[in-house]
Design a protein around this ligand. Sequence first.
Ligand SMILES: Nc1ncnc2c1ncn2[C@@H]1O[C@H](COP(=O)(O)OP(=O)(O)OP(=O)(O)O)[C@@H](O)[C@H]1O
Ligand SMILES: [Mg+2]
Length: 253
Amino acid sequence: MRLTELQKELNSEQLKAVETIDGALLIIAGAGSGKTRVITYRIAWMLEQGIPQSQILALTFTNKAAKEMAGRIKEQTGKKLQNLTVSTFHAFGVRILRSDIVNLGWRENFSIYDETDKTQLIKETGRELGFTADALDAYKIGNLFSNIKTGRYTWQSANDMYRPLYEEYQKGLKLYNAVDFDDLIVLPIKLFSEYPEVLERYRRRYKYIMVDEFQDTSFQQYNLMRMLADKNVAVVGDDDQSIYSWRGANYEN
Ligand SMILES: Nc1ncnc2c1ncn2[C@@H]1O[C@H](COP(=O)(O)OP(=O)(O)OP(=O)(O)O)[C@@H](O)[C@H]1O
Ligand SMILES: [Mg+2]
């Protein structure tokens, strides 16, 4: 990818964003205006400049978007991209945990509980603690636990009765060597806070971080990114299209 090629494929604003590799970059533009294109060309350009694949981390929100992005970069560079990390936040969390979760007391072959497994564990644990069927709306409790775990809610008199259940649920996960979906973001943050030398290893590796659809980052995802990012971080977003606001995404990040 040469400069003349870039100039053909990008408008002047896009080109400027692509060529700005060092330092922090916030790109805000409307729907369909070519934001994702900026990220893929920026990565292609970085590789062209000799930046090793292993130093680049591109994060997005759906597996489909991550796949598409990786595909576009491959097309543009014509290179095998074995060491490039283009991933969802959750898949990146899995990768971190598979390699370093032993520090937190799980084994590295942990399982990832889906909603069904989670509901099952809540019910099982609830029954053991003597909750009546009426008080055991596992779906509602699952949401509460998710909100507690990610810090959106705190324990209050209205939900405090579920606190012992939450603590047993957490113990149950660990006992079964399992993590739930929220743990995929929350546990890496815990790992990095408690083991700065582990964090340091990731910070040294990922020198260039990019996030697409930044308007959809939750506070926890933002925290994780903040911990990892040194100075070369570029985020791309559209402040008009936060589809995940109901899940705790915060465009003010
Ligand atoms: N400078 C350009 N010249 C021609 N086509 C472009 C240019 N920039 C982007 N496009 C095309 O416009 C379409 C939208 O681009 P892209 O997906 O990058 O936008 P986006 O801002 O990320 O969209 P969304 O808001 O849906 O995430 C794509 O088909 C892309 O190839
Ligand atoms: Mg896009």
